[in-house]
Ligand binder design. Structure first.
Ligand code: NAD
Length: 261
């Protein structure tokens, strides 16, 4: 186990990629702060399940990624409970698909706040503790859309390009403190986020569900396969290892070859 005695905060870990990352960290011995929206009973089942399956401690922060004070309190909860936040994964994210001229203003604001600004708030709260201990790992879940665009996803693509820039900037600022900052850029991963965008993409492109899956989603990926949440989690664990201690400021693609095109 590589992460024994470490504590990790993973935002958006009640579902999808974030949950897989939190479970992978716990499997490596880390205590975890879970975060995200969802049904209270389900979340408690997930939290207790991680504790019993992996023999670590897990706590839940209900912080809403739209609220800077709640984001700061999430980091403090980790520090109070475990004595430190050594690993921070900024992963919470939402998607909305619409032509630019119809793009709802409140959706734009929400996507920029949740997918980009929340990472700024969590990083600024966690960095002082990491600096004091001389060790830290910050991982941002970006996207292939941090490198290339797709039509009808203006807010998401803007936020993900932003998170790639934030990653590089903070990596430079903390480079001499034993803290690395990287982002992972998955292609399409089969999670509720992808499933939920299918109806709007059908509308925006006038396609059937099968056409959206094969001609839009998998069309982007030369391997013609979805990335799995466990593959993304495996890369996150690697980024926390000693082998990755000289990797910083990187934008790591895991997209079946999408952005090689
Ligand atoms: P998901 O919908 O399964 O999970 C999103 C998580 O974010 C959930 O836990 C949800 O509760 C949480 N969340 C949403 N709004 C929140 C808020 N206001 N406050 C707190 N938590 C909130 O989606 P996913 O596919 O696992 O996405 C995780 C990340 O991966 C996102 O940043 C997404 O952009 C990114 N990503 C996903 C894919 C993909 O194909 N699924 C590809 C590239 C990048």
């Amino acid at each position: 186990m590589t992460l024994t005695s470490k504590a990790a905060v993973v935002t958006g870990s009640t579902s999808g990629i974030g949950l897989a990352i939190a479970r992978a960290f716990a499997k490596e011995g880390a205590n975890v702060v879970l975060n995200g929206l969802g049904d209270e009973v389900e979340i408690e089942k997930t939290r207790a399940g991680i504790e019993s399956e992996f023999g670590v401690k897990a706590v839940y922060s209900p912080a809403n990624m739209l609220k800077s004070d709640e984001i700061e309190e999430m980091v403090r909860l980790g520090e109070r409970t475990f004595g430190s936040v050594d690993i921070l994964v900024n992963n919470a994210g939402i998607q909305f698909v619409s032509p630019i001229e119809d793009f709802p203003v409140e959706k734009w604001d929400q996507i920029i706040a949740i997918n980009l600004t929340s990472a700024f708030h969590a990083i600024r709260a966690a960095v002082p503790g990491m600096k004091a201990r001389g060790w830290g790992r910050i991982i941002n879940t970006a996207s292939a859309h941090s490198l290339v665009a797709s039509p009808f996803k203006s807010a998401y693509v803007a936020a993900k390009h932003g998170i790639a820039g934030l990653t590089k900037t903070v990596a430079l600022e903390v480079a001499t403190h034993g803290i690395t900052v990287n982002c992972i850029s998955p292609g399409y991963v089969w999670t509720p986020l992808v499933e939920r965008q299918i109806p709007d993409t059908m509308k925006a492109r006038n396609m059937t569900k099968e056409q959206v899956i094969n001609d839009v989603l998998l069309e982007a990926q030369p391997t013609k396969q979805f990335v799995t949440v466990d593959q993304v989690a495996g890369l996150a664990v690697f980024l926390c290892s000693d082998a990755a201690s000289q990797m910083s400021g990187a934008n790591l693609s895991m997209d079946g070859g999408w952005t090689a095109k």
